[in-house]
Design a protein. Structure first.
Length: 268
């Protein structure tokens, strides 16, 4: 499924979902590291306030992304402090996140969900898998930060369950876009980490061994969780991009101190 297409204009590149926008009024977007204002190690489209980058540059980067998405009338892209857990924050008309005068929600969580219009939500990563989920019938979106620990805690499965309960989402109406993240080609782990995953998920095809090195495939494990939650293969789009061997993206493993790319979802 060609859900996400690379969209180039000026100096900012994003990966967008033109059909979802046209047919369902939902925008899913992944960014890379180009086109922003950040300098040095954070060059240039860092979206995370907690990396050591200048906050004013991060703010300008986020505003530039909104402009690129033709959402310049909106002030904020909402994100929270990510802690590699499996907590979900639902931004709805009953809580006051959207009344904050900042896009930096103080909650600690690794998944943000909303069914509010014009309320862009975002997760950020440098290697961690970023997964966007949309219910095209009930009009709800989720942004999931599924790194190693989040994947082990089954944050993706938990998000689908939450959407089913909260919005009565049907599996057939759920579309999933898996963004850039570190892939099996680069994600070398030790045997203790592998054991955590085999203890939890059995001995599947989610790792390979090459010259005594273990390579883990977190995407495969997230796909397993999605299939078990009843999501059709046809409804899942994987961009297939590895952040570690593709220098268009920030990579923690490659650079340690660095910026973060974004996965953004918004209902228009
Ligand atoms: Zn790679």
């Amino acid at each position: 499924m060609t859900l996400i297409k690379r969209a180039l204009s000026e100096d900012l590149e994003v990966y967008l979902s033109p059909n979802l926008k046209k047919e369902h009024g939902i925008v899913l977007c992944f960014t890379n590291r180009y086109g922003g204002y950040s300098k040095g190690r954070f060059k240039s489209l860092n979206v995370d306030y907690y990396t050591g980058d200048k906050k004013t540059d991060v703010r300008k980067n986020r505003k530039k992304i909104l402009k690129k998405l033709n959402l310049e009338n909106l002030e904020f892209i909402y994100s929270a402090r990510q802690v590699h857990g499996n907590s979900i924050l639902n931004i709805n008309k009953y809580n006051n996140c959207i009344k904050l005068d900042t896009d930096n929600i103080p909650d600690e969580c690794d998944c943000i969900i909303t069914d509010l219009k014009n309320t862009p939500i975002m997760v950020m990563g440098a290697d961690c898998n970023l997964i966007l989920i949309a219910d095209i019938e009930k009009k709800a979106v989720a942004a999931v930060h599924a790194g190693r620990r989040g994947t082990l805690k089954e944050i993706t499965a938990k998000t689908i369950l939450y959407m089913r309960k909260e919005f009565k989402s049907k599996a057939d109406s759920i579309i999933v876009a898996i963004g850039p993240g570190i892939r099996r080609c680069c994600y070398k782990v030790n045997s203790m980490i592998l054991k955590e995953f085999t203890d939890r998920f059995g001995c599947g095809n989610f790792f390979s061994i090459k010259d005594d090195n273990i390579f883990l495939d977190l995407i495969d494990i997230n796909l397993m969780q999605l299939h078990e939650a009843g999501i059709n293969k046809e409804n899942i789009y994987d961009c297939g991009l590895c952040t570690c061997c593709n220098h268009d993206f920030y990579s923690y493993r490659r650079s340690k101190i660095t910026g973060r790319q974004a996965a953004i979802a918004v209902i228009l």
